[in-house]
Design a protein around this ligand. Structure first.
Ligand code: HEC
Ligand code: HEC
Ligand code: HEC
Ligand code: HEC
Ligand code: HEC
Length: 301
């Protein structure tokens, strides 16, 4: 209010001074120019004041809701790699949680369990409805506790777990972790199950605990060896189909891949030397499948 009054008085004084100095006609012209300049200055000043007021305002209206993270690829996501199929709060937060917390999501993506539309909580437990209590034990969160995980794996894969328990690798991990015995994730990994990393060779793991697998259980060791060779080609086939949300292996090979893996599981989980004949049959299948997959790769460059 005072500003308007002051402007009127100032305008009057300026008008009188201009008329005395320039005469009536020229005074009006000078007044027009002066008021144009004054208006511009006022406009600039006003916008600065208003935008400063904007800055001073809090960025968002305060609410009780924490800011929700978005399910989008972070900048450091591997190129061409998809996101998990299920958009859980676990995966969403871990996407940007850093280092191994995020590596878990990268590796889990397009594992057999991701393709089956499972999520982190299917193995780890936890609350998928609320971020703040996601890791709470009251929602059955088991973190990284190995014995609890072996129980979870075995709960969904009871037949396979039983075959393993019946052999020399069987050990009651619920009583005590015993690193002299191989656990599910030693041979299968944890997040990338069904899509193992390029440098994984099962034979190296056997050799870690067994002095000379070739001599002590040579036939079984030859099956492990052919299984590794098959996987070295399967991995390339999988990588070509990494965008698929159904299966990473082309339809025409699926039945044989599944059948052969089930047969291989039975002998490896049992961990007992097999006859040369049984090994030969399995190895012939593995070689035939590998050859067919190599041809598929050649015709799908
Ligand atoms: C709001 C972000 C956020 C959410 C939601 C979240 N996590 Fe985490 N998670 C973290 C951070 C940060 C850590 C590392 C620090 C810690 O242990 O609290 C972590 C650690 C973990 C660990 C390793 C724990 C350990 O003992 O080393 C596991 C496993 C895990 N989270 C699984 C899950 C699962 C399963 C869910 C969904 C039910 C989930 N997280 C939801 C941020 C999150
Ligand atoms: C198939 C079961 C399974 C699924 C599904 C799974 N995890 Fe895990 N995760 C494990 C096991 C088992 C361990 C630890 C035991 C070990 O290998 O030492 C683990 C360990 C971790 C760790 C500790 C650091 C590390 O990498 O070892 C984090 C963090 C984690 N998981 C987060 C996640 C998140 C996030 C998801 C979902 C994107 C997820 N996990 C899905 C089985 C699973
Ligand atoms: C909630 C149930 C569930 C849990 C927990 C679970 N799995 Fe699975 N798993 C599945 C399903 C479903 C499949 C897909 C079966 C199929 O396609 O034939 C599967 C497939 C597999 C396969 C076959 C891989 C392939 O490419 O076909 C292996 C190996 C496996 N799981 C190991 C594990 C291990 C090790 C754990 C624990 C760390 C585990 N699973 C935890 C449900 C589960
Ligand atoms: C973490 C260590 C560990 C790993 C890895 C491991 N084993 Fe074993 N294995 C053992 C132990 C312990 C026994 C039991 C030895 C005993 O009963 O005296 C055993 C026993 C066996 C036996 C029967 C006993 C024998 O020596 O003939 C066979 C066969 C066998 N393992 C094969 C394998 C194969 C194949 C692999 C790889 C797929 C493998 N093991 C990986 C620890 C391991
Ligand atoms: C000593 C190594 C070893 C251990 C320990 C082991 N597995 Fe396996 N498992 C194998 C091999 C080898 C195969 C067959 C090859 C493949 O999966 O491609 C297999 C296959 C499987 C399959 C797929 C069967 C199918 O029909 O496709 C499942 C499921 C499985 N294992 C679950 C488990 C679970 C659960 C545990 C722990 C209780 C476990 N494994 C421990 C080596 C192991």
């Amino acid at each position: 209010m005072e500003v308007v009054f002051f402007a009127i008085v100032l305008g009057g004084v300026v008008g009188v001074v201009f008329r005395e100095t320039f005469g009536r006609a020229r005074a009006l012209r000078w007044l027009a120019i002066a008021s144009a300049i004054a208006a511009s200055v006022c406009f600039l000043g006003a916008t600065r004041v208003l935008s400063a007021a904007d800055d001073a305002k809090p960025a968002a209206a305060p609410t009780d809701e924490p800011t929700k993270k978005e399910f989008v690829k972070p900048d450091n996501w591997p190129q061409g790699h998809p996101l998990p199929i299920v958009e859980s709060n676990c995966a969403t937060c871990h996407l940007t949680a850093g280092r191994e917390l995020t590596a878990a999501v990268v590796n889990f993506t397009r594992s057999v369990h991701d393709l089956d539309e499972m999520s982190c909580a299917d193995c780890h437990g936890g609350n998928t409805e609320d971020d703040a209590s996601a890791h709470e034990g009251e929602f059955d969160f088991i973190g990284t506790k190995k014995s609890a995980h072996i129980e979870t794996c075995s709960g969904c894969h009871d037949e396979e777990a039983e075959v393993l328990a019946g052999g020399p690798h069987g050990w009651d991990f619920s009583k005590r972790i015993n690193t002299e015995f191989p656990m599910c994730f030693d041979c299968h990994g944890n997040h990338d199950i069904g899509r193992p990393p390029a440098d994984f060779e099962l034979a190296l793991w056997c050799a870690d605990c067994h002095d000379q697998p070739d001599k002590t259980f040579g036939n079984l060791a030859s099956v492990v060896d052919q299984n590794d060779r098959l996987w070295s080609v399967l991995r390339k086939v999988q990588q070509k189909n990494i965008a698929s949300i159904e299966h990473l292996v082309p339809q025409e090979f699926r039945e044989e891949v599944d059948g052969l893996r089930a047969a291989t599981m039975r002998v490896i989980h049992r961990s007992k030397e097999i006859s040369a004949d049984e090994a030969h049959k399995l190895n012939r299948r593995a070689i035939a499948l590998r050859t067919a997959l190599e041809m598929w790769l050649q015709s799908n460059p």
